[in-house]
Design a protein around this ligand. Sequence first.
Ligand code: FES
Length: 206
Amino acid sequence: MSDKETSDVSAPVDKHENHPSTRRNILVEGLTAILSFLLVAVPSTLGGIFFLDPILRRNKAGSAGGGELEGFIKLAITSDSVPEDGTPVAVTVQSDLDDAWNRFKDVPVGSIWLRKNPDGRILVFNSVCPHLGCSVDYRRNEGDFFCPCHTSSFDLDGQKTNEVPPRAMDTLELLTATNGAVSEGGQELWVKYQNFRRATAEKIVI
Ligand code: FES
């Protein structure tokens, strides 16, 4: 076999490989692929942000006040309005709630009992009975808290006075503030409203 014949067999030449029109086609296909990706990716990303935005805003909105008051809800009662003689007063806790795209103002989220001690300190109890979740009432004549569902009773410090409830009434954290800033002796009352597991001796946040 001659040298010319050997060269022809071992190195076939693609006549189109370096043709200008082939390179142009590759370039066009590459650009088309990039544009297609952008056309799908950009709207999807923007849509995701749009979808998540209310959820993100809801998380921010849940932190009432921010700073030291983060997680606390301002009550529609002032410190001076809580009876000095220790009589409990019932207060509905209201908060702004967001669903995915709407904000609802002043939605009742629970109720509490406030009571002022002789030293001026205010005690706060969740009114949900720790037994099975009914609402605990104040009995003026008996001077105690009482749940009518299964007769749980508690003294005015929230301690249980019979064996029906598994634990004392659930206390809640309270802060006083002035113009939204925590201050000792401030008239604004801010509560950290929480619910707790029922029918357990332990106080467990749910
Ligand atoms: S739920 Fe209150 S006593 Fe049972």
